[in-house]
Design a protein around this ligand. Structure first.
Ligand SMILES: Nc1nc2c(ncn2[C@@H]2O[C@H](COP(=O)(O)OP(=O)(O)OP(=O)(O)O)[C@@H](O)[C@H]2O)c(=O)[nH]1
Ligand SMILES: [Mg+2]
Length: 300
């Protein structure tokens, strides 16, 4: 996907920032009000109060250090501060090292299955062998949806009948992936609300089964969160992190959202790496997250 498309996916977020920021970044000297307005803008753009305060404090300090007095110079400095904060809070070691099993979790409809297809497509294009597992056994349509993607991409899929034990499907898939020596097994799970205790326990069980049967494969769990949900995603991540160890985040649907700023509190609060950003419904609409590129698309 081209960088241009990424920028256009983040256009609504960009506009919402600038609609509010344009009064601040004018041709004038910086005053206390400039920082107050930036703080307010960040909060209104779903950055969250705590994160917005830390960003604004750091911006003020940097402006002082670098002897920046003009308001129009604040924007490039704000970008620098954001990239710095995102980079500092993102652990670098948690990337997917093959061979791997990747389990996709998250609340209903966030884009898990679509993201799996996009990831499978990207790794297949790199010449890696990929296998999918339909461990969303709640709905027949969920298995069909993943089967269609598997056919389109040309990768094998492990599945069972509707209502089957999801952990058993995960077990079969892990065994089969190890036997075939696939590079990447991606396990789809049913969407679930984070307050449904038994469903969250089921996820923990599935994670345990995979962890005991992964052989020499590395096991990762990633959560897909929907950018249009804004600050709600923070509590989703918190709850899923308790049910099974999370290694990464996918932020989906930034193309349909003006809340792309949510990436900032996600990373600041959870200190988890964002692996990918979803920018559309197609197989190619996935971007590897890079802090500088994201901030440029959002504020450029
Ligand atoms: N615009 C846009 N739509 C997306 C993106 N990712 C997924 N979608 C759409 O969101 C809807 C739900 O996607 P799914 O992949 O089925 O979501 P899910 O999390 O697997 O849903 P459940 O299995 O029901 O929990 C579909 O219509 C997708 O095409 C994205 O990055 N941008
Ligand atoms: Mg799904």
């Amino acid at each position: 996907m081209s960088e241009n498309k990424y920028k256009s996916a983040l256009r609504a977020t960009n506009l919402s920032f600038f609609n509010k920021l344009k009064n601040v970044i004018v041709n004038s000297d910086i005053t206390d009000e400039s920082y107050e307005e930036i703080l307010e803008t960040l909060i209104l753009c779903d950055v969250g109060v705590e994160s917005a305060e830390e960003i604004t404090d750091r911006l003020e300090e940097r402006a002082r250090q670098e002897k920046v007095y003009r308001a129009e110079e604040l924007l490039p400095l704000l970008k620098e501060v954001l990239v710095e904060i995102l980079t500092e809070n993102m652990p670098k070691e948690e990337q997917i090292t093959l061979p791997a099993i990747v389990m996709a979790v998250g609340v209903n409809g966030t884009g898990k299955t679509t993201t799996i297809a996009k990831i499978a497509n990207a790794y297949t294009a790199q010449g890696k062998s990929v296998m999918l597992a339909a461990a969303d056994t709640f709905r027949a349509a969920a298995v069909d949806q993943l089967t269609i993607w598997a056919k389109r991409i040309g990768v094998p899929i492990v599945k069972s009948e509707m209502g089957a034990d999801a952990a058993a499907v995960a077990y079969d898939a892990a065994t089969s992936a190890a036997a075939r020596g696939v590079d990447l097994l991606i396990v789809d799970t049913a969407g679930r609300l984070q307050n449904k205790i038994n469903l969250m326990q089921e996820l923990g069980k599935m994670h345990n089964v995979l962890s005991k049967n992964k052989k020499d494969m590395n096991l990762y769990t990633f959560i897909t969160v929907d950018a249009t949900s804004g600050l709600n995603v923070l509590s989703q991540i918190e709850a899923f992190a308790k049910a099974c160890q999370l290694n990464g985040i996918v932020l989906s649907k930034v193309d349909g959202s003006s809340k792309g700023g949510i990436i900032i509190p996600i990373i600041m609060k959870h200190k988890l790496p964002v692996w990918f950003v979803g920018t559309g419904e197609g197989l190619e609409d996935l971007r590897v997250f890079d802090a500088r590129e994201y901030v440029e698309a959002m504020l450029g």
